[in-house]
Ligand binder design. Structure first.
Ligand code: MG
Length: 431
């Protein structure tokens, strides 16, 4: 039987949206599922060819009406957040420096660009440029074809190019958009130079530290837990620290943030470690991995063992230990988020953290991590992006997901006991 899933959305009454999931068999459509979605604003959604690609995404959120609503709203009304269709190489010819940076940001950061756009006006450009500068550094770091000596020199001296309007790089980067960004990096530099001095100082300081850290790890593998924490500090903890410094420099935020680099570091580590766990499968085939041997070495002789035996209890125990290691940063995340005063800065800081814990809950004890990339429903991201997210909402998400870990962990095991201990600490922070 050749099933092909499609879905239709029809408005049946004045205040109810019905979602019909249908399947196609021999060119006949059959209704196989029928969800009644209450309390949604009526949206006339017609499955045009352009919107058809969304159908699997919508289906995954079918039981979460607010997510369906957010996905449709983002698609239909959210054009201002849309990623430009033209290639960055074509856009470069018609856009001025600032517009190019905006386009580049939405191309290279995708959903992150939307939350940056929602930041207060005088912070938006600084955070956008900060992101592009760090993206450029990461592009150099990730380019495996780049001659090593040259790469080391460039990473260590990258911050010195911050004011050099002649600085561009050709043919660096493993993706087209990244290559175009570096080829026209002079545009980023000009926008950078238009920022206030306090912002510029933060960006130069962090790119110096990050470039040197990346250079250090170009020559050194991540083996011990200390290496793992240090690597994550360089590539992500420093992003958290830089953002806190930018928030403080804007005058809009609690000045205390600047003094809590420990918490800012944890904000970055929680996100980075989550990505490293999720990207196991992608990374193992590109011949690099950031999983520390100090953890995986307890369960296997080779890191690639887990791809061969994804269901093995040892594989899952290793995965769960990696997740537990990441979860240890969450109490600090709670402390950090409590310090934030500005509503849109709060959303900017909190959304990725909620996405990260949702990702960890999806990967926990899940053998699919070893054979594919496990992703969180896009509907959750759409909902977080479009609706208010308060501290209370965020803490509710954290509590909800902490229960998921406990439910998924094998009762009576050491890992279950560790999770119980962790959730006690977390709940104490939250309540
Ligand atoms: Mg990298």
């Amino acid at each position: 039987m050749n099933y092909c899933f499609i879905a239709n959305f029809q408005v049946f009454t004045n205040n109810t949206l019905f979602l019909l999931a249908t399947c196609k068999e021999n060119n006949n459509f059959h209704v196989i599922k029928f969800f009644r979605i209450q309390n949604v604003i009526i949206l006339k959604f017609i499955a045009l060819p352009k919107t058809r690609e969304m159908i699997p995404t919508l289906y995954k959120s079918a039981l979460h009406p607010r997510e369906v609503k957010a996905l449709l709203k983002l698609k239909i009304k959210g054009r201002k957040y849309a990623i430009p269709k033209e290639s960055l190489a074509a856009l470069v010819l018609k856009l001025d420096d600032e517009a190019f940076c905006c386009a580049a940001l939405s191309k290279v950061s995708r959903s992150f660009a939307v939350v940056i756009q929602q930041l207060p006006e005088n912070l938006k450009n600084a955070v956008g440029v900060f992101y592009l500068v760090l993206r450029a550094l990461d592009t150099i770091e990730d380019d495996m074809k780049f001659p090593k000596e040259e790469k080391l020199k460039l990473l260590r001296n990258f911050h010195k190019k911050s004011y050099d309007e002649n600085f561009t790089l050709k043919n660096v980067g493993d993706q087209e958009d990244y290559r175009v960004l570096l080829e026209h990096y002079d545009k980023v530099i000009r926008v950078f130079k238009s920022l206030e001095a306090d912002y510029r100082d933060v960006i130069v300081d962090i790119s110096e530290k990050m470039g040197n850290g990346m250079a250090y790890f170009t020559e050194k593998e991540v083996v011990s837990l200390d290496d793992y924490n240090l690597y994550c500090h360089y590539v992500a903890g420093l992003v958290g620290i830089g953002l806190s410094d930018l928030f403080s420099a804007s005058g809009l935020e609690n000045p205390e943030l600047k003094n809590r680099h420990d918490l800012s570091n944890s904000m970055g580590l929680f996100l980075q470690k989550t990505n490293i766990i999720r990207d196991y499968h992608e990374d193992i085939f590109s011949d690099r991995s950031f999983w520390p041997k100090e953890i995986w070495g307890k369960y296997a002789g080779e890191l690639s063992y887990f791809t061969q035996k994804p269901h093995d209890l040892k594989s899952l125990a290793c995965l769960n230990e990696m997740v537990m290691n990441s979860l240890e940063h969450l109490p600090d995340v709670v402390d950090y988020l409590r310090l934030i005063k500005n509503k849109s800065i709060f959303r900017f800081a909190a959304i990725p953290q909620v996405m990260a814990i949702a990702t960890l809950a999806a990967v926990y004890n899940n053998p699919k991590v070893f054979t594919s990339v496990v992703k969180v429903r896009k509907g959750l991201a759409a909902r977080l992006i479009l609706y208010d997210l308060s501290l209370e909402d965020t803490l509710t998400y954290f509590k909800k997901y902490s229960r998921v870990f406990l439910r998924k962990s094998p009762a009576g095991t050491a890992e279950h006991r560790q999770l119980l201990q962790w959730s006690k600490v977390l709940n104490k922070k939250i309540n």
